[in-house]
Design a protein around this ligand. Structure first.
Ligand SMILES: [Zn+2]
Length: 203
């Protein structure tokens, strides 16, 4: 792990800097034009996934642009309320979401209204760039080294091992699994890593 960080540093000191810088400048320009929604921002997505897993990201997406109770999140996502709460508290611990507590006059119980804090998520990101870089590099390695399969019905991809265990049927819907081309995932990860390295050089 330590080795990886040093490796990353070396690369960013080399020739790649100028190339990376240009690419970043280009991207920044493009970003201003299109104005990404927070939920579509790949960096924010990575942060949320890192804090609370893929489901954390899905939960956080519900909270973009509106305040929602945990019951409502659970209902919309078809998830158990307890699980939603656990995810929300994970996100809260990392200050990515905040809540407003209101006492229900009839029941006497507190109702929690949750919302996402994109700016805080970014702060968190700034403090954890190096860790995030490491995490992304690990993921890239996995994506490169793993043969993936999926069903094509929108369920998550599975590794060869898991696919073989399940007789090449999707663990979620039971449909036949086919090979999954993850080259776009790899390219996206490479781009993220490059831009993150650049930010580390700048700070
Ligand atoms: Zn499926």
């Amino acid at each position: 792990m330590v080795k990886k960080i040093t490796k990353g540093k070396k690369v960013s000191k080399g020739k790649k800097i100028s190339k990376g810088k240009k690419a970043v400048e280009k991207r920044v320009k493009k970003k201003k034009e299109t104005r990404q929604k927070p939920s579509d921002d790949p960096v924010l997505r990575e942060i949320l996934t890192r804090v609370a897993g893929e489901r954390g990201y899905e939960v956080a997406k519900v909270l973009v642009d509106e305040e929602v109770t945990d019951d409502e999140v659970a209902k919309r996502m078809g998830m158990r309320v307890n699980l939603v709460r656990k995810i929300l508290y994970d996100l809260y611990e990392n200050r990515v979401v905040s809540y407003r507590r209101v006492r229900d006059e009839h029941s006497g119980w507190y109702v929690y209204y949750w919302r996402i804090e994109p700016e805080r998520a970014r702060e968190y990101f700034d403090n954890n760039k190096r860790l995030l870089l490491q995490k992304l590099e690990d993921r890239l390695e996995t994506e490169r080294d793993t043969m993936f399969f999926n069903c094509g019905n929108g369920d998550p991809k599975v590794s060869f091992e898991l696919a073989a265990e399940n007789d090449f049927k999707c663990p979620r819907c039971g449909s036949k699994l086919g090979p999954y081309d993850n080259s776009s995932v790899i390219m996206a990860l490479e781009r993220q890593i490059e831009s993150l390295r650049q930010r580390l050089v700048e700070s």
